[in-house]
Design a protein around this ligand. Structure first.
Ligand code: HAM
Length: 407
């Protein structure tokens, strides 16, 4: 887990502000769910055999001896909130989004943190494939307006409970004779969750010859997927069909998608991903209800924004620093800052250092102005307003300060 410092904050404001703005533009409303959830909810959602549940959860008992987790993903929580708060009885679908930290005990590395921030979005309560295309368009718009040019969309359908069992059988029949040559991890996948073999990192070329889900889709899934592809084309959104895209969470049905960046590599390093999860609500013990959504990793996305050479400036500590030249001028300094704040962010140097030291530190602070005064000037209600870049300085009355700064 890491600290995000003031110098990075401009980029975070921009990315999160744009996420809110784009989501609102499509009619999605923000929700905030607690950072902890009942372990059982998250485990049932992501699936017992998923990597997240098997080895990445911050799982603990609270003082009431309830098992909780720091949420590793937001979809199970969003579905819980949808039912518990009565959104299931309002207009459908509920269009919701979150900007929230997620926690995974993974091996930390570049773009992989134990706490990461997601822009996640869910359309719950309507099974139309048009919503799959809609949520993809929201994500696409966010990446585009962040200025990213090297993002590619990978798209697949992994079928539903009608057609997936036959596909799973075909995969097992293909991999079973290869079992001895698979890694221990993949041997376990073969027994517990064969679809995840398509996502294996230890694969030795077996995936390429494996049966393809596209050959197994039932008519309904095939038609729905055709509609998603057609709608993306109509929206001018390019995509790449990727029959190996199965995603790491167990709740997906039909459409799955991921956004990849050229400077990251492989599915492990996606900027974001999502899909349809029509079986999730029932698996959590609620009324069967369809849904579709995505989670986009803001940490990684911002790393790619700077990788592509875009620089987003962070706000300085203050644009104007008030520098009282003597002790005992706190009240006047606060009054000057209050007037400056009518126009620019302003702060006071309340330290007991010499004026020379205060000037030096103001010069290195990134501030544009210094307002300097001594006791006599305070009595006359004036300051020396100094442009810290040019060194130009002039006397300004307190009451003219905001107007002068605006010139
Ligand atoms: P996910 O693919 O597990 O999906 O995570 C979404 C995104 O979060 C990833 O593509 C990645 O950018 C970012 N991410 C995940 N783990 C880390 C990490 N350790 N460090 C940095 N970034 C990370 C979900 O979480 C689903 N809930 C998405 C979804 C919503 N599906 C339907 N609705």
């Amino acid at each position: 887990m890491r600290d995000i410092l003031p110098g990075e904050m401009g980029a975070w404001y921009f990315a999160e502000g744009l996420a809110r703005e784009v989501a609102n533009r499509f009619g999605y409303q923000e929700i905030r769910t607690p950072v902890a959830e009942h372990a059982e909810l998250v485990e049932r959602g992501a699936g017992e055999s998923s990597d997240i549940v098997r080895k990445e959860m911050y799982r603990f008992q609270d003082l009431g001896e309830r098992w909780l987790v720091l949420r590793p993903e937001g979809t199970a929580a969003a579905v819980r909130a949808y039912f518990e708060s009565g959104l299931d009885r309002g207009p459908q679908p509920a269009r919701l989004f979150m900007l929230a930290p997620m926690f995974r005990y993974d091996r930390p590395g570049k773009g992989r943190y134990r706490q990461h921030q997601q822009f996640s979005l869910e359309a719950i309560g309507d099974g139309s494939p048009a919503l799959d295309a809609e949520v993809i368009e929201v994500a696409h718009t966010w990446f585009a307006e962040l200025g990213l040019r090297q993002v590619t969309l990978n798209l697949n359908s992994i079928g539903d409970e009608t057609c997936r069992p036959a596909y799973r059988d075909a995969l097992v029949a293909y991999y079973r004779p290869l079992k001895e040559r698979l890694s221990a991890d993949d041997q376990r996948r073969l027994e517990q969750n064969p679809l995840r073999l398509l996502d294996s990192k230890d694969d030795e070329g077996f995936k390429a010859g494996a049966p393809k889900i596209a050959d197994f889709l039932c008519d309904d899934c095939r038609e729905a997927f055709g509609q998603v592809c057609g709608l993306l084309e109509a929206a001018g959104i390019e995509y790449q069909l990727n029959p190996l895209l199965v995603r790491g969470l167990d709740y997906y049905t039909r459409t799955t998608f991921e956004f990849w960046h050229g400077a990251l590599g492989g599915a492990q390093n996606a900027l974001g991903g999502g899909g349809r999860y029509d079986g999730l609500a029932a698996a959590l013990g609620f009324t069967a209800t369809p849904g579709v959504g995505f989670g986009l990793g803001i940490d990684r996305t911002l790393e790619m924004v700077s990788e592509e050479g875009e620089e987003i400036v962070s706000p300085p500590a203050a644009e104007l620093l008030v520098l009282p030249a003597e002790a005992g001028l706190e009240r006047a300094a606060a009054a000057v800052a209050r007037r400056a704040r009518e126009l620019v962010p302003a702060a006071v140097d309340y330290s007991t250092r010499s004026l020379r030291a205060k000037m030096r530190s103001a010069g290195g602070s990134g501030a544009r102005w210094a307002a300097i005064f001594n006791g006599a000037e305070a009595d006359r209600r004036v300051v020396q307003l100094r442009d810290l870049a040019s060194g130009e300085q002039r006397e300004v009355a307190w009451d003219d300060l905001a107007r002068t700064l605006g010139e």
